[in-house]
Design a protein around this ligand. Structure first.
Ligand code: EPU
Length: 341
């Protein structure tokens, strides 16, 4: 089940050239365990990937790459209002959202068309159009890599935040996600609080299907399809700055958008606005470019190398820091990891 010298170009949506010394397509738990044992006995580093849609592979990987491909969806009706849906980590996220909608299990429609897999969703708590996956996750089934023990983590234990969870912090590198349990509604509860979504549905009383369609249409109009133009979605997180810092920026840039965060003392600013205002929209380094229709996305315009992407990203970060005093943080997972120093 372990392959050697496997090309990863088609397994990362950026379409960057890189290879794995060892590779395993883990479509069952025994195969997964075999790959883990293989890595452990040889003391090789592990890289676990799902859809490869949030990944910046900077070089060839000298250890074992495991592609999580566990499949299966099961459900259990809880009461008149809710249903529990268990999905294995290798299920495609968008197909899962579409499946839930078709079954009459509601809540995830705002998250339509996000690339990637179900198992990756809790890690960075994927979110779009006013909804985060963590809002609907009841628990996550995980495997401790060192001990081989399985465990179920409650939503509280996952400690979800904006593009953040325990899987990016204390459990990083030592835990594998096997499956996710969602609690979904059996009655539609449309969420159109996100301004761009409300705008596209103005004058309508949308149901879940209309929201699903509208989200797909907005995403298609703004975000490049990785099958046509390599990319990894938003390259940076939207920075959260202090209210005082935001007020200072308003003095020099009156139209700077900002969304007051929960505590009232901080403001989330669209990184896309900062990048565009710093003059980066459409600019390129080698084959990598800032997407013309959404400045938060870096695209593989023309056979980009990982170094092109890294140089472009680094220059954007330096320029936004210099012009606005704001530190952008990559949202995409860099392998080897990004380091601010
Ligand atoms: N904007 C610009 N220039 C641009 C694009 C946007 O100035 O080129 C400004 C506009 O003011 C706009 C604001 O940025 O109102 C927000 O733009 P948008 O609604 O496109 O959302 P975003 O903040 O850029 C976030 C997520 C996306 C998600 C959308 C919709 C992050 C890092 N990104 O982007 O998630 O789809 O909201 O909810 O939070 C992803 O994570 O890969 C991703 C695509």
């Amino acid at each position: 089940m372990i392959q050697e010298h496997v090309d990863l170009q088609s397994l990362n949506t950026f379409g960057l050239k890189a290879s794995a010394r060892y590779f395993c397509h883990a479509d069952s738990e025994p195969v997964l365990n075999e790959a883990l044992r293989f890595a452990q006995t040889r003391d090789l580093p592990l890289l676990v990937i799902g859809g490869g849609s949030n990944l910046l592979l900077r070089e060839d990987f000298s250890g074992v790459v495991i592609r999580m491909a566990l499949s299966g969806i099961a459900h259990e009706v809880r009461d008149d209002d809710s249903v529990c849906v268990d999905a294995a980590s290798g299920e495609n996220w968008h197909d899962f959202v579409a499946h839930c909608l078709a079954q009459g299990w509601y809540g995830l429609e705002n998250l339509a068309l996000i690339p990637g897999s179900v198992g990756a969703a809790p890690i960075q708590n994927i979110g779009a159009y006013g909804v985060e996956a963590g809002d609907f996750i009841e628990s996550v089934r995980v495997l401790d890599i060192a001990t081989g023990q399985q465990q179920t983590l409650s939503r509280e234990a996952c400690d979800f935040g904006y593009r953040d969870s325990v899987f990016k912090r204390s459990l990083r590198g030592n835990t594998l996600i096997l499956g996710v349990r969602f609690r979904l509604w059996r009655q539609p509860q449309p969420n159109i609080r996100y301004a761009a979504l409300a705008e596209s549905l103005r004058g309508k009383q949308p149901g879940p299907q209309e929201i699903f369609d509208a989200v797909c249409a907005i995403r298609r109009s703004k975000l490049p399809d990785p099958a046509e133009l390599g990319n990894a979605g938003s390259f940076f997180k939207n920075p959260v700055i202090s209210a005082a810092h935001y007020a200072r920026l308003q003095q020099v840039a009156h139209d700077i958008p900002g969304f007051v965060s929960g505590d009232g003392h901080s403001v989330k600013v669209p990184a896309a606005w900062l990048i565009e205002r710093a003059g980066w929209k459409g600019r390129s380094v080698g084959g990598a470019a800032v997407y013309e229709r959404q400045a938060l996305v870096i695209v593989n315009r023309d056979h980009a190398s990982a170094q092109d992407v890294v140089t472009l990203a680094t220059e954007i970060m330096a320029s936004v820091r210099q012009q606005f005093g704001v530190a952008l943080e990559p949202e995409v997972q860099w392998v080897p990891p990004f380091s601010a120093t």
